[in-house]
Design a binder for this molecule. Sequence first.
Ligand code: ADP
Length: 603
Amino acid sequence: MNKFREIFALVKVYPSSLLSNLVFNILNAVFSLFTFAAIVPFLQILFKIQTPALPDANASSSAKLWYQATQWLDQYIANYGQISALVWMCCGIVVLALLKNIVGYLSVMSIALLRTAVSRDLREKLYAKILRLPMSYYSNERKGDIVSRMTNDLNEIEFSVIGAVESVFKSPVLILSYLFTLFFLSWKLTLFALIFLPISGFLISVIAKSLKNAAKRGKSSHSDLVSIIDETLTGIRIVKVFNAEKQFRQKFDRNNDFYFRLMHRLYRREYLSSPMSEFIALSVISILLFVGGSIVIKGELGGGLLIFYLLVFSQIIPPARALSDAVFKINKGYASLERIKEILQAEETISDRPDPIQLNEFKHSIEFKDVRFAYEGKEVIKGINLKIEKGQTIALVGPSGGGKSTAASLLARFYDPTQGQVLIDGISLKDYELESVRKHMGFVSQDSILFNDSVKNNIALGSIGIQMDAIIRASQIANADEFIQKLEGKYEFVVGEGGNKLSGGQKQRLSIARAIFKNPPILILDEATSALDTQSEKLVQDAINKLMENRTSLVIAHRLSTIQKADRIVVIQNGEIAEQGTHDELIAAGGVYKALVEMQNFN
Ligand code: ADP
């Protein structure tokens, strides 16, 4: 029941759809009943069934009504003839059928809105959440898995869960109005029939339980597949060059086969539920035929009414089945909802405290104070103290894996320190509104992140209202304007996925232009000239130098030649500051830095 409440919470934001659906369903049930009832006078005319005897005072209300109706019909036939009665009846059936189908259509239409609107809402919430989730979430979760949840699981909800909601709103209305009619016609027969319903209900619920677990396993196995496909596509060059196709195929086939077996089992169970419930239903009907037939033979019920009774009874079965299917669907779809909820409820560790401070202007300094940080329990920053005065350039150098990128991530508040604080102007980053802090920061990363959009939009990322002059000026400073002018469409040129229509150096200069355009006082730079040829390197280095002018910069330096002029060079090793000072001081000290410099063949 809890599951249903959760699923209902998704749809109850559209009360008018639900209400109109309910109203149309009630009308639908009423018109259906009248259509079936039309069979009775037909039989009366065709088989000339005798008019029932006048019921006594104790007779049931159905018997009295039956007597009245036949009286009236006999009278009509006596006055106007059988053919006239037949014509009127057929017209009546056509009108009823039309009305029934119109309300039927309106009822599905009101659900159609719900179906699409609920998945739109969920998709919107998921995407917003993905943008809010902290970086730590993405180191633990696989991209393919998240994509699979946002697509497949959402579809599952759209189809099975909302389908279930549809039958939950429709079937009970039909079942109740049919049951009411059945009791009205013959309560004896109906009581008898009801004994058989709980037995079939129990049988069906047993299968439903086993289906839920199988569905959840199926989903997670599908995510594994998507992840492998995603990884393969991302790394296809490497897979080919290293002849890893066979290895990847084996891994994929293994997962694919596992998924196949799981799904096969799932479908077997799912498909079994339909024939099973149909068989149970037919058995119940044949018992009814026997008991009902006996009642008619005893003269307690008109033969025409028994046919009407059986017609209505047979109509109970489809909604009852839809209702039992809904139990399956809810169990199957709930597995998807749970997977979506795992994302929606993931903890947002990086968020604003209540009533955060606005960073309006960066005035004095940035400070790392006794900062420690661990990824999942593994400490990689082990107590760093570092002060960067406004306007200074600080370079972080040291062996790879030492914690330089992590330190830069802490300043951008991708993560919060496990101990200690990162302060701007003496106030902890945690106390500021995150957006106001990031407004003051520029970030140029080692792998230039470009989006499949125009050059113009890539440079103006995050700002609203495109100022073309400023974009061009930023590109000129970044030494990018020259090559942009040669692109087809210039600033409108679409750079391709990840910027793959541009060279490495061009991509770098675009991301530098992006930082210049934003014009932030604080700059985090993961320097990446090492991967470029000498010509591009010069252009990029020159762009970087111009970018750093008049800013406070934290530079992760790979090529030590580029940061000689930094105000201070900080050597980070094993998560700690090994030494710091200017280039000359550190060379004179003859420590780690000197060794690193010598290793890079530079003096
Ligand atoms: P550097 O930038 O100096 O090369 P990093 O800051 O990238 O060093 O990494 C420091 C340590 O943290 C390394 O041992 C690395 O394996 C680990 N590390 C980096 N990122 C993650 C992450 N997202 N999850 C777990 N460990 C990480």
